[in-house]
Ligand binder design. Structure first.
Ligand code: PLP
Length: 394
């Protein structure tokens, strides 16, 4: 059948995160949800803030044609202005203007739009491994090559020397994801500055203009660590944001792309972002949730529940002798598998109803990702299974 083979492959070879989540669903139906320790998906366990509900209820009073109608492709001017004003309050007067903000259906759309706006056939995009597996799908869908560069395996900061070695005349973008999924690391200012210096030098040496695509859906979920504002360190940056995690709205699909005023190709890129949204058929971001942004753009995320989960999980696993990377943000724990083969370790865990995600699909061997956006009971009740798993290796 003359169908698109790339799409067929993406539709039939599911991501291992989704496969494990589907398996968890089946297992819960068989033995009861409380007996399955499902750490697979990054679906927030914290409810959306009350302010979101209040804003929706307020919007419901609008005439339906207004409430449900198309908005401009880039978003309602009032919503774009609200986002830009919030960014200026947080990151300085030069951070953003309303016309720099393009509202999207979440970070997935923000990234796809950015890639289609920036990239041309033959380009290469660097991802820092371990990385969110969907990056490869979106990069390859834009018809370009995904190049993996391993993070520093001790600190899980960007290995700037390794990035420098991976640069070629075709390198056009690097995805920077901080706070990071799957590791939970936050890239320090000094680390990003070192990367920026290397890219500026490469501009002279190789004649390439590399854009940092800063993917920031976890920006608000941190544990006492500042997340640097990347455009302040490197002007040639595009910021991709989402309210999926910050306001616990992953099913509603709302986020934005920012082409900051610092971007040397600003006006052209703003045009290309609009063109990419059009080309990909997004039309506009969900109208109701654009209105929610106007009211909720500065509503703080409820980080405390994740902070408590993080404590319960890290204390429990430390007691049992597991090694992991202490997370500075997001809601994932990157735990060292007790054998080099993460898939084999996962199979032993699965036999005990423990369902983390093995690291191979994140582009890095020997670890598992444990998503702690779950109830506290699941974490506490999973500890005996983690103990049995560790014992099975003694
Ligand atoms: N980027 C990262 C690092 C993610 O973890 C996710 C979702 O889990 C996304 C992007 C996509 O998020 P969204 O729901 O906003 O499309």
């Amino acid at each position: 059948m003359p169908i698109n083979q790339q799409s067929y492959a993406y539709g039939t070879q599911k991501s291992s995160i989704r496969e494990i989540a589907a398996y968890a669903g089946e297992r819960k139906a068989q033995i009861g949800a409380e007996n399955v320790f499902d750490f697979s998906l990054g679906n927030p366990s914290v409810p959306a803030p009350d302010a979101v509900r209040a804003s929706i209820e307020k919007s419901l009073a609008l005439p339906p044609t207004q409430l449900h109608g198309y908005t401009p492709a880039s978003g309602l001017p009032v919503a774009r202005a609200a986002v830009a004003a919030s960014l200026r309050r947080r990151f300085g007067e030069d951070a953003a203007r309303a016309e720099d903000v393009y509202l999207t259906c979440g970070a997935a759309a923000s990234l796809s739009i950015s890639f289609h706006a920036l990239l041309r056939a033959g380009d290469e995009v660097i991802v820092i491994a371990p990385y969110f597996p969907e990056y490869r799908v979106w990069i390859e869908a834009a018809g370009v090559t995904c190049v993996e560069v391993l993070a520093d395996q001790k600190t899980f900061q960007i290995d700037v020397a390794a990035v420098e070695r991976a640069l070629t005349p075709r390198t056009r973008a690097i995805i920077v994801n901080s706070p990071n999924n799957p590791v939970g690391s936050v890239y320090a200012s000094a680390n990003l500055t070192a990367l920026a210096d290397v890219l500026r030098a490469a501009e002279k040496r190789l004649g390439i203009e590399v854009t940092l695509v800063s993917d920031e859906p976890y920006r608000e979920i941190t544990y006492g660590v500042e997340v640097p504002w990347v455009p302040a360190l490197y002007g040639r940056t595009v910021v991709c944001y989402s309210y999926s995690k910050a306001l616990s709205l992953p099913g509603e699909r709302i986020g934005w792309v920012l082409v900051p005023p610092t971007s040397p190709e600003h006006d052209e890129l703003v045009g290309a972002v609009a063109g990419a949204g059009r080309k990909l058929g997004f039309v506009c971001a969900p109208a109701l949730f654009q209105r929610v942004l106007v009211d909720c753009v500065d509503v703080p995320s409820d980080v405390e529940a994740y902070a408590q989960n993080r404590r319960a999980l890290t204390e429990g696993l430390t007691r049992l002798g597991y090694e992991f990377v202490e997370p500075d943000g997001a809601f994932y724990l990157w735990v060292k598998a007790l054998e080099p083969n993460a898939q084999a370790f996962f199979e032993r865990a699965r036999a005990l109803e423990l369902l983390p995600v093995p690291s191979d699909s994140f582009g890095c061997p020997g670890w598992v990702r444990v998503g702690y956006c779950v109830s506290r009971e699941i974490i506490v009740n999973s500890l005996p299974a983690w103990e049995k798993l560790a014992q099975s290796y003694r």
